[in-house]
Design a protein around this ligand. Structure first.
Ligand SMILES: Cc1cc2nc3c(=O)[nH]c(=O)nc-3n(C[C@H](O)[C@H](O)[C@H](O)COP(=O)(O)OP(=O)(O)OC[C@H]3O[C@@H](n4cnc5c(N)ncnc54)[C@H](O)[C@@H]3O)c2cc1C
Length: 425
């Protein structure tokens, strides 16, 4: 079987790797160089404990409060564009406890075996920077801490062993935390990795397995005969295959539109800043939960990440929000000195969906095209489990039940009638 995958981010590359390992002939296409954007700038957390969908109880009030601040961690650009309005209404409809818990549970099932899959990658020779010292959620606000404790039963049922640390006992998990915080929740089994080194290693392994990675090939047209996709095109170049998978991140809606199925995936932009050498030594990754900033200690550097901007499809950097990210640790961490001049920040667009859950499975209206996208803030955490399950589905090994909540048809009321674009046209 020959498969063409559109998008060489973490979702496209893990899928290509799983298919190639099982003997499929693979070509991965990317519009630019592979491994840029969200899959390079993320915080690298592999954290089932944080796998809650974005829409949740309290989000509407919080987002209204934050909308008025230039440096807030969440920004929704006002727009009358019907697809933006539909997206936001869809998200707000899901801001309730029932949908939040069922989405959380579906995510937990999808990433239950992520650590085992990552260990399997290592056994197969993939090399990348990885740390297994757990994750600490730190809270200044006691109400926020108690709010997060409400769903710990779910995390416990998946063996995540959350430990509640009241007040200064948070320093048992991470000695650099300041005194006087409300406390924290420590998850001992969580990991973090450097996803740029993971994607680089995946690329090498895919090529060794006989796969091809073609960069600077932006898919702009689709050839079909009835419901069967025959080829995708990039300008004059034509890529034929037996099956196709779309993992085009925040651009996925545009690409599925070419297949007749405009999926509602919108960009949620975030930023990362690497401080090298690391200004403080940390023993674990820390979520500054009230500020919504991630601190990730890597070998010789510290990465700060944050912000969710629902705005345009671009990777422009907003200096006010980057400055806010750089200031945030001061309220949580002893001896934090905010860098006087802002080091280079990078932006990435998370592929967001209205219900906060990824879209994985066969595209309605086609017999042989699949989608794997919309992983939002969780592409690293959910990616390995997603790709393993989707590879099974694509290779005809049955429908993995854990994929059921993510079926594309939940967003597809009608498939657009597409003009026949055939090899001759
Ligand atoms: C600041 C930040 C912090 C994050 N932290 C974490 C974290 O700690 N843990 C976690 O689990 N997740 C995290 N995420 C989320 C995670 O990074 C994303 O969910 C993930 O990278 C999405 O990967 P992807 O492969 O779907 O998309 P992308 O990485 O965006 O890749 C899509 C690729 O498709 C290509 N493409 C687009 N259109 C076309 C076309 N027409 N033809 C060909 N190619 C095309 C693009 O060039 C791109 O390379 C974070 C994200 C950000 C921004």
């Amino acid at each position: 079987m020959r498969t063409v995958i559109v998008g060489a981010g973490i979702l496209g590359l893990t899928l290509a790797y799983d298919l190639a390992r099982q003997g499929a002939e693979i070509e991965v296409l990317d519009a630019r160089e592979s491994g840029l954007g969200a899959s390079a700038v993320n915080a690298g957390w592999v954290v089932p404990s944080e796998a809650a969908p974005v829409p949740g109880p309290g989000l509407i009030l919080k987002s209204m409060k934050w909308m008025t601040r230039k440096d807030s961690p969440l920004y929704i650009r006002p727009s009358a564009d019907p697809s933006h309005v539909r997206f936001m209404l869809g998200m707000w409809r899901r801001c309730n406890a029932r949908d939040f818990r069922s989405g959380f549970q579906a995510h937990l099932a999808l990433c239950e075996s992520t650590n085992d899959i990552l260990d399997d990658y290592s056994r197969d020779g993939l090399t990348y920077e990885s740390h297994a010292q757990g994750l600490l959620m730190a809270f200044r606000d006691a109400d926020n801490l108690h709010h997060h404790c409400a769903d710990l039963d779910l995390q416990r049922s998946y063996g995540l062993d959350p430990q509640i640390l009241e007040g200064d006992s948070i320093q048992q998990a991470e000695p650099v935390m300041r005194s006087g915080l409300a406390g924290g929740i420590f998850f001992p089994h969580e990991r973090h990795l450097d996803s740029a080194s993971l994607t680089a290693s995946l690329r090498k392994r895919i090529v060794k397995l006989g796969g091809v990675i073609t960069e600077h090939a932006q898919v702009d047209r689709v050839e079909r005969v009835g419901e069967t996709i025959v080829a995708v095109r990039s300008g004059e170049r034509r890529f034929t295959a037996d099956s196709f998978a779309i993992a085009a991140g925040a651009w996925t809606g545009r690409v599925t539109d070419l297949f007749g199925v405009p999926l509602p995936i919108r960009p949620g932009k975030g930023y990362s800043i690497d401080l090298s050498p690391a200004p403080i030594q940390m023993s674990t990754a820390v979520n500054l939960s009230d500020a919504k900033v991630a601190m990730t200690p890597y070998d010789g550097r510290l990465r700060l990440s944050g912000t969710m901007e629902f705005a345009g499809l671009d990777e422009d950097v907003n200096r006010a929000r980057v400055a806010a990210i750089l200031r945030s640790p001061a309220a949580y961490v002893q001896g934090w000195v905010t860098p006087a001049s802002a080091p280079q920040a990078k932006a990435g667009m998370r592929p967001m969906t209205p219900d906060g859950m990824p879209i994985i499975g066969r595209l309605p209206g086609t017999t042989n095209a699949y989608v794997s996208s919309g992983h939002g803030m969780l592409g690293v955490t959910l990616g390995p489990g997603t790709s393993r399950a989707l590879a099974d589905l694509m290779l005809g090994h049955g429908y993995p039940p854990r994929l059921l909540p993510f079926a594309p048809n939940r967003f597809v009321r009608r498939v657009k009638a597409m003009p026949a674009l055939t090899p001759a046209s």
